[in-house]
Write a protein that binds this ligand. Structure first.
Ligand code: SF4
Length: 386
């Protein structure tokens, strides 16, 4: 049977005009829990309605007493982003790409957020001076090929502000790829308007990175919005966070990934939850996450299978968590047992018969630029990739 998506509908007391207006949703962000927390709280009326209907989603937005316990690991800056920030709103952790924190505002304050130290501090849009500084840094560093707009949530900004930022980025000739990381498609699908599609289309290639965690987040409203984006040629990828008691079950994850793929959103990453402050109760054990990934392997199309990944606390970057199917690893052959227990060996070719392929000058120069690119903080902490 064809996959079906149910409409969330709107409350009777609110007009269609308001409910389906993304700016109305953002203006009317409400609190779900009333406990005090150092981290902002709130979500759009749309997502609050969804979480009321689907209580499994409530812990994502509701402040829980568990947040106030210091558990096994509790870090202010779990990814060590500050040490890789040449400016407070720019993170340069990898040689060829940077993360530009364009705003600290979100349309939902996820209780497991990695960047709690920055998000929702009511600073809003980065200032003109900050933007100019960041754009000039990107311009100077010719090895930067990709800019990821993040925050906060870049899609809480108006089309004209976004248009202006994208235009300036596209004026830098070595910026090849632009990514926009947003949870708006989940918590405010009405944000994905025709006018937004029109803006993004002008600056292709643009990748929209969505952040769905549960198949119940995929409503009819979401289906329509994602279809609009995909039909406009915007490439859609999803990042999921594995969350204890919310989605840490292979049947939930397979349902999410299959539906996303059907909606033309490629499941990209499935993250181990980062140990930011007050998130101990959200985290799954690495072993359990790997076991979910192993269950999905082979049963789920490779297109629908995300990369299970973890960010090394303190700033070590991402590492892939891959189920190990090798039974024996020897110089001459590796022996494997596959996902449905079929065994076989791969015999390595004799190494001294092998030759490295010759790269032409263009490819070689590109590689040298990448491997010599400095990144990180200015001065003492600047690193080289080798
Ligand atoms: S939308 Fe993203 S940045 Fe905002 S609170 Fe949620 S996870 Fe953090």
């Amino acid at each position: 049977m064809k996959l079906q998506f149910k409409s969330l509908g709107k409350p009777e007391s609110i007009s269609e005009k308001d409910w389906f207006n993304w700016m109305w949703q953002v203006r009317n962000i409400q609190n779900f829990g009333n406990k005090k927390s150092n981290f902002s709280s709130g979500a759009t009326p749309y997502y609050l309605k969804l979480a009321t209907k689907a209580p499994i989603l409530k812990p994502i937005v509701e402040i829980s007493q568990k947040e106030f316990y210091v558990g096994r690991q509790s870090l202010k800056d779990p990814l060590g982003e500050e040490k890789h920030s040449p400016f407070s709103k720019l993170i340069h952790r990898y040689p060829d790409r940077v993360l530009f924190l364009v705003t600290d505002q979100c349309a939902v304050y996820c209780r497991y957020c990695t960047r709690k130290r920055f998000t929702g501090k009511k600073k809003g849009l980065s200032s003109k001076a900050e933007q100019a500084e960041i754009l000039s840094y990107i311009k100077k560093n010719k090895g930067i090929r990709e800019v990821i707009l993040s925050g906060g949530d870049p899609l809480t900004l108006s089309d004209s502000i976004l248009d202006n930022i994208l235009k300036k980025l596209r004026e830098i000739s070595h910026v090849e790829i632009i990514r926009i990381a947003s949870r708006m498609p989940v918590v405010c699908p009405m944000r994905l308007t025709d006018s937004l599609c029109h803006v993004l289309k002008k600056y292709q290639p643009v990748f929209l990175m969505t952040h769905f965690n549960h198949p119940l987040e995929l409503t009819k409203e979401v289906q329509e919005s994602l279809t609009r984006m995909a039909d406009s040629g915007i490439l859609l990828f999803n990042q999921t966070v594995l969350l204890n008691q919310i989605n840490n079950n292979p049947s939930i994850i397979q349902a999410l990934m299959r539906r996303l793929l059907y909606l033309r959103v490629k499941p990209y990453y499935m993250f181990q939850c980062d140990p930011s402050e007050g998130t101990d109760h959200f985290r799954t054990s690495i072993e359990d996450s790997l076991s979910i990934q192993k269950e999905l392997w082979g049963r789920l199309s490779g297109l629908a299978l995300p990369n299970l990944s973890l960010d090394i606390p303190g700033g070590g970057g991402k590492v892939g968590l891959v189920p190990d199917f090798a039974l024996q690893k020897e110089k001459e052959q590796w022996h494997f047992k596959g996902w449905d227990f079929v065994e076989g060996s791969y015999k390595n070719p004799v190494r001294n018969h092998l030759k490295i392929a010759t790269a032409n000058e263009t490819y070689q120069k590109e590689w040298e630029l990448l491997t010599n690119q400095t990144y990180g903080k200015k001065n003492s902490q600047t690193k080289k990739f080798n």
